[in-house]
Design a protein around this ligand. Sequence first.
Ligand SMILES: Cc1cc2nc3c(=O)[nH]c(=O)nc-3n(C[C@H](O)[C@H](O)[C@H](O)COP(=O)(O)OP(=O)(O)OC[C@H]3O[C@@H](n4cnc5c(N)ncnc54)[C@H](O)[C@@H]3O)c2cc1C
Length: 592
Amino acid sequence: MADYQAPLRDMRFVLEEVLDAPAQWARLPALAGVVDGDTALAVLAEAGKLTAASIAPLNRSGDEEGCHWQDGAVRTPAGFVAAWRAWAEGGWVGVCGDPAYGGMGMPKALGAQIEEMLNSANLAFALYPMLTAGACLELSAHAGEELKTRYLPRLYSGEWAGVMCLTEPHAGTDLGLIRSRAEPQADGSYRLSGNKIFITGGEQDLTDNIVHLVLARLPDAPSGSRGISLFLVPKRLVNADGSPGARNAVHCGSIEHKMGIKGASTCVMNYDGASAWLVGEPHKGLAAMFTMMNYERLAVGIQGLAAGERSYQSAAAYARERLQSRAPHGTQAPEQIADPIIVHPDVRRMLLTMKALTEGGRAFSSYVALQLDAAKFSEDPLERQRAEGLVALLTPVAKAFLTDLGLEVCVLGQQVFGGHGYIREWGQEQLVRDVRITQIYEGTNGIQALDLAGRKLVASDGALYRLFSDEVHAFLDAADPALAEFTAPLAAALDNLDGLSVWLLEQGLRDPREIGAASVEYLQVFGYTVYAYLWARMAAAAWGRKDEGDFYAAKLATARFYFARLLPRIHSLSAAVRAGSATLYGLDAALF
Ligand SMILES: Cc1cc2nc3c(=O)[nH]c(=O)nc-3n(C[C@H](O)[C@H](O)[C@H](O)COP(=O)(O)OP(=O)(O)OC[C@H]3O[C@@H](n4cnc5c(N)ncnc54)[C@H](O)[C@@H]3O)c2cc1C
């Protein structure tokens, strides 16, 4: 596999030239003194060096070695401990963390691009810092002062790690079914008992302590999802001086053997009357957990993007070197025994699809991250409210669409290699195995689609959708007519999505089955339309500089490919949406 190189030029283009992020940072007082365009580029360059030099080289060996479980202890693959230390010592775990507790206070728009690099370098390793950063966000938003002071500085510094413990053997998607219980104690703490499965990083050898954020029920809890509370359960109890002390009753029963991300431990966790502390209010744990889950959902979407980027880099390099057959329009490399495969139309189709989806995905994830920053840091309540609405609407799209396309891109990368993509040597098969989980965890992509169509579209009576639609209409109204080759298909795609959304709203109110029947394809139409918006913005940014070099010419050529070859997918998807639920229920369950 080609060595990983962070796509710094493209990241800069997205942040500065397309989204104008430095202007937003300058406007928001919480960010103004922390970051500007130059600082951002320096930070990205540093992250690029570290991920390429220290973390990417462990990707293959980590996959081959996997994690080891013995007597409740887990050993991560060789090199992971040193890599964690390097990442932690650089302050990267807390890069977007609250400065009052030791975080660096950087904007999420920057954090999202750092996450992309880390995941491209090594998706399995990236899970440990990602979950830790998510746990910090959760504590920051919902924990009391004492818990924050005790835990946040050590999590941001990477001395300790954080994990998220929701799933139980009988409760995956439906968390209302969980059975773990917490009994209140006289000193205000709780004793938590239960059994969790599939806990990423539940046990590992990277840190002295692991902070488990666990969903469980109080004795008086109502049944279902309204009776769930959130608890902090440390692996080691914390001494008065803040150092890790006695072992808590938290044990790893085993680890799973799985298809990919083998360097990330996936643990069965047993809590046997473990000391626990309530985070947030009783019975409101699931709502609180959504702070972490929404953050993780964008992060998981970025995993899809990141795997695709790595696959693309390798496939593009291979296609320039691999010699097979002659070009259909005549010999291109007469000095060679055959032409490089990049001359063939189908190989170009695959590479351009990968490039268009990856660059579109980078613009999309950075755009959502910029909205997260506005939601968190803006001092204008209206701007905050609007940004929160856009984040709520777009988070399920980011999680599901970026990961669905992540798999598509990785499979295309594997295909560019022919048989050499199927064998281990070139690393493409690992990317396909690693990226596959991103469509499943953090709520399956089917559940993301239900969230978009049901909770975000229908339950808000279209109000959240209109935030997005109004923004794109405003962009189209102000667009330079010279850009019509990009804006005309965008306008048509938006009209289509506007119409589809109204149709789904009506159908959903009539029969709730219609929402689930349409939701996956609706999310995909939504995703391609969002990409069309961002591709039009990228084309607009490149247009004025099209004579300034290859980078801008390549942007425009890729935009043309997106509009001509990928956006038309919305037509068949829209037809599937409008087909409704009748055919899904046309077959009796017994006949499957
Ligand atoms: C490697 C790995 C790491 C993980 N890490 C963590 C972790 O760190 N912490 C944690 O708590 N969990 C973790 N998980 C669990 C993961 O989040 C769940 O597996 C996932 O949410 C799906 O739950 P499930 O496996 O029980 O599937 P189920 O809920 O049984 O779903 C099975 C199928 O039914 C569909 N389905 C279910 N309900 C509905 C519905 N209402 N409407 C339509 N379709 C529905 C689903 O989309 C899916 O296709 C991890 C899992 C894996 C494999």
